[in-house]
Ligand binder design. Structure first.
Ligand code: SF4
Length: 187
């Protein structure tokens, strides 16, 4: 007869008893009360630091991910959206879905209660029959024709930050065109 918090402690003890190098923690605190959540996250953080274990923390809650994460990978409908250093991505997200997700994080500051949030309309797609091209295109405010037909490649949009979005592929192509033109002009 264990409580939710006690069960999570048992699960953590079972996971670390063999002294692994790497732990996958899939939504470890999503079913717990807010007060227990902090306790469990603190235990995991201590384990991470004391035993030098690497964690893959899977969550829908970005505000808890900040406890652990040096890097973040944001996925949409089972596919890569954006990856990079945690603070960098959360402070300045590039992918339109990442921007919408970060806009949706609850803000406890009462002075911001009337601030309009730019959150993507609609629902995630049915994964049994996902939309063609970019899976986010039916909800994306920046969708272009190519987004509806062709899946975008992953590009390094800023040093260390990778994005799967045609916006950044187009920017890079334009940049390359400008650079080529300047080289042609100089020669
Ligand atoms: S590829 Fe197109 S639809 Fe997908 S996120 Fe980028 S701009 Fe939006």
């Amino acid at each position: 007869m264990l409580s939710g918090g006690q069960r999570q402690r048992v699960a953590i003890a079972r996971a670390i008893i063999t002294n692994p190098d790497f732990i996958v923690a899939d939504e470890p605190v999503s079913m717990l009360d807010a007060s227990i959540r902090v306790e469990i996250l603190t235990i995991l953080k201590e384990i991470q630091q004391r035993h030098k274990m690497a964690f893959m923390y899977i969550t829908h809650d970005i505000s808890t991910a900040k406890y652990f994460s040096d890097y973040i990978l944001i996925m949409y409908a089972g596919q890569f959206a954006e990856y990079g250093p945690f603070r960098d991505v959360v402070k300045n997200p590039l992918h339109p879905y990442a921007q919408s997700l970060i806009e949706a994080i609850p803000d406890p500051d009462p002075s911001n209660r009337l601030r309009e949030r730019k959150v993507a309309p609609g629902e995630p797609p049915n994964l049994a029959n996902p939309p063609p091209g970019c899976r986010f295109h039916p909800r994306c405010p920046f969708a272009m024709d190519i987004c509806k037909k062709q899946e975008p490649p992953v590009v390094e949009a800023r040093p260390g930050v990778f994005v799967k979005c045609w916006l950044y592929v187009k920017k890079m192509i334009n940049l390359k065109e400008i650079q080529t033109q300047s080289i042609l002009t100089l020669t």
